[in-house]
Design a protein. Structure first.
Ligand SMILES: Cc1cc2nc3c(=O)[nH]c(=O)nc-3n(C[C@H](O)[C@H](O)[C@H](O)COP(=O)(O)O)c2cc1C
Length: 199
């Protein structure tokens, strides 16, 4: 392979790896319902993350993939392959998690179930919201991530539907969350980089 590179140069993929060694982190929106607030929260996370300059951050919207309900089709919908390819291209994740009946959304659970290897040996942070900061949903997600071999970091910004949203719908986060956001992203970057070495 080395002598081929000398003759023909590196492939585009190899060139990209050498010139752009930055980690790729997906900010996954966990809700898909009409009228959801998760895009506002995702943009806020991305705005803070982009200022760091330490990784390529992108919003990954489950709704864009039109995933069927697991097991109800023959599995050939293009969105299923696209979902797996997107996850495989990422080194780590920040989950934007909302609390539905004390757990995560059905849409997020379905999307989690639709991949396996593409999740494995990666790191994740959780930003949650709900009446109690989405804490119960986040704790459920942690259990699922363990099975998928995703290492979730300790620091976990929790947003209140009462004090971080106007009328529960317009996102106006309190300044105090900045500290936790920085710590969470520091941990996600450190663990994502470490886990990349064992994949
Ligand atoms: C089906 C459903 C169940 C919910 N259950 C809870 C709950 O158990 N605890 C809570 O704090 N909020 C609950 N909520 C409120 C949501 O957390 C809130 O509507 C939030 O904005 C949902 O996120 P989304 O706008 O991104 O969909 C529930 C909302 C829905 C639609």
């Amino acid at each position: 392979m080395g002598f081929l590179n000398k003759l023909f140069g590196n492939s585009p993929k190899e060139e990209e790896t050498m010139t752009n060694p930055k980690l790729k982190i997906g900010i996954i929106l966990g809700s898909t319902r009409q009228g959801r607030v998760s895009p506002q929260v995702g943009e806020w996370v991305k705005g803070i993350a982009d200022q760091r300059g330490d990784a390529d951050y992108e919003i990954v919207d489950i709704a864009d993939f039109n995933l069927p309900f697991l097991g109800t089709t023959d599995g050939t919908e293009p969105g299923i392959a696209a979902w797996n390819q997107k996850l495989a291209s990422l080194d780590g994740f920040v989950f934007v998690v909302q609390e539905y009946n004390h757990s995560i959304t059905g849409a997020l659970k379905n999307a989690l179930d639709f991949a396996r290897e593409a999740w494995n040996d990666k790191a994740a942070g959780i930003v949650s919201y709900g009446s109690t900061g989405g804490a119960r949903a986040a704790e459920h997600l942690r259990g699922i991530l363990g099975e998928l071999k995703v290492a979730d970091v300790r620091t976990h910004p929790t947003l209140s539907l009462f004090t971080d949203f106007e009328n529960g719908s317009v996102f106006k986060p309190a300044d105090l969350h900045q500290t936790n956001m920085k710590a969470m992203l520091d941990e996600v970057i450190a663990w994502s980089g470490a886990l990349k070495t064992i994949r």
